[in-house]
Write a protein of this length. Structure first.
Lengths: 269, 207
């Protein structure tokens, strides 16, 4: 097989990422205003506040979403908040439960008393709206099949009025619906931890105040890990992300140099 | 008549849900909850059945014709196996369903998604050229964001992340807002057209 230019580009990127993953260098990151705002929001909530974490993502974005979710979960558990997990995309169900269980164990939290995972409900808009009326009716049982009323931490939680905030962990446009339906109609405070590609989509909501806080991408996760003094795959992945970005920048420059040289040659002829 | 009845049902439900959305009366809330919780979910379940049957039929026909046989067989095995695993052993953590999900589906999907990085790298070399002033501006903004989103932005010059932030929160957000408002107005118009029966393409064409 004859290697074409794109194959060399692929091989170069593979080697750059592989090398940077093998090296253990902590580059450190400067914390952005957005990440600081999200951190301050969770930090300043009184202990025992109820936060609803919605795992609105697919399995494909897990390498980027996982560090974000773990950082937020660790911070919330460390501050003694009560967490309700839900998933409005089917693939987020198993992932969300596993992440909550993992971090819950790290902080010695008890399922049903400190956190609960209600599982998946199809038709996300319907689920968001009906939770505004009754969370119990929307999720009569949790993910493990235990009745809603058997979970002590859910006692007294009827709808969004008893929830201090929703954090949508998303890789797509589902957070928009949280803002439009749960936030605008029921007045619950909506924040988000989203994939980097979605950050600009939510900027207008953040600027208008319809969304309270947002962290985005691997960089957002790295900044958050730095703020909570708990290193994770966000900070570890920054070297690989930086190396890949530098590689792409060099490719753009090389491509343009070749383009302008060819154009110059063409003019001379 | 075949078109009139679905149109009437659509118009009636649309109007009822629309009015209930803005009312805080207990009856209105109850109707709203019934429609969103029960009716919507039932309709969704039926659409899933239609989708699953259609998927199986299309792939079986493909296998008969010998088109991409191995891929189609793999798809059908997945479609049949996953519900069976869920029905027999459940969906809880540690169940065979979750094992397959975590050890097969998650790595496969992440791998496919990760391939994007390689195509982006290739496209950046072969296609991202400053052919015109507009393309040069786009290129400049892309380079700025790439530098700012990695750690080199902070290292090179403290103003680089600030500049990237300005691009994100000023020109990019203005364009995004304009698009959002356009989408909102378009959705509103289309919804009204569907509710009052002017828009009928959802019924399957004009025959």
């Amino acid at each position: 097989m004859r290697l074409e230019s794109r194959h060399w580009v692929f091989l170069g990127l593979f080697l750059v990422i592989l090398l940077s993953m093998l090296l253990q260098i902590d580059l450190g990151v400067k914390v952005s205003q957005d990440t600081q705002r999200m951190h301050d929001y969770i930090e300043n909530l009184p202990p025992g506040s109820v936060l609803m974490l919605s795992f609105d993502h697919e399995a494909s974005s897990l390498p980027e979403i996982r560090p974000l979710a773990l950082a937020v979960l660790r911070h919330a558990f460390a501050n003694g908040h009560k967490l309700i997990g839900v998933a409005l995309l089917a693939e987020g169900t198993g992932i969300g439960y596993r992440l909550m269980e993992q971090v819950g164990k790290e902080y010695g939290k008890v399922y049903g008393e400190d956190y609960a995972f209600l599982g998946f409900k199809p038709q996300y808009i319907a689920a968001m709206l009906s939770m505004g009326e009754s969370i119990r009716q929307t999720f009569p049982e949790d993910y493990l099949g235990r009745p809603y009323d058997d979970l002590p931490m859910l006692a007294g939680i009827t709808n969004y009025e008893q929830v201090d905030g929703v954090i949508s962990i998303a890789d797509g446009s589902l957070t928009t619906h949280w803002v439009e339906y749960a936030g605008n109609q029921y007045g619950v405070r909506v924040s988000a931890a989203v994939a980097a590609a979605m950050v600009t989509t939510y900027d207008p909501y953040l600027a208008s105040g319809q969304m309270h806080a947002m962290i985005g991408g691997l960089r957002g996760a790295a900044e958050y890990e730095q703020l909570i003094h708990r290193g994770g795959s966000g900070l570890r992945g920054m070297l690989a992300q930086t190396a890949a970005h530098v590689y792409v920048i060099l490719m753009i420059i090389a491509g343009n140099v070749v383009y302008f040289l060819n154009r110059k040659k063409g003019r001379k002829r | 008549m075949r078109r009139r009845i679905p149109q009437l049902i659509c118009g009636l439900f649309g109007l009822v849900v629309f009015l209930c959305y803005f009312s805080s009366h207990p009856t209105a809330r109850s109707i709203y909850l019934t429609v969103t919780l029960d009716y919507w979910q039932i309709i969704f379940a039926f659409t899933l059945i239609v989708g699953a049957i259609s998927f199986v039929r299309v792939n079986l026909r493909g296998i008969e014709r010998g088109e991409d046989r191995s891929y189609r067989i793999a798809s059908l095995v997945g479609v049949i196996t996953m519900p069976l695993l869920a029905l027999i052993w459940g969906l809880k953590g540690g169940s065979p369903f979750m094992w397959v999900f975590e050890n097969i589906q998650v790595p496969m999907q992440s791998t496919v998604f990760a391939l994007l990085a390689f195509f982006v790298a290739s496209a950046s070399y072969r296609g991202f050229r400053a052919r015109s002033m507009q393309a040069a501006i786009l290129l400049g903004a892309a380079l700025l964001m790439l530098i700012a989103r990695s750690t080199i932005g902070d290292m090179l010059w403290a103003r680089i992340p600030e500049a990237a932030e300005w691009v994100r929160t000023t020109p990019a957000m203005s364009a995004r807002r304009a698009i959002l408002i356009g989408i909102g107005l378009g959705s509103l118009t289309t919804s009204v057209r569907v509710l009052i029966g002017i828009e009928r393409t959802w019924l399957g064409g004009e025959k």
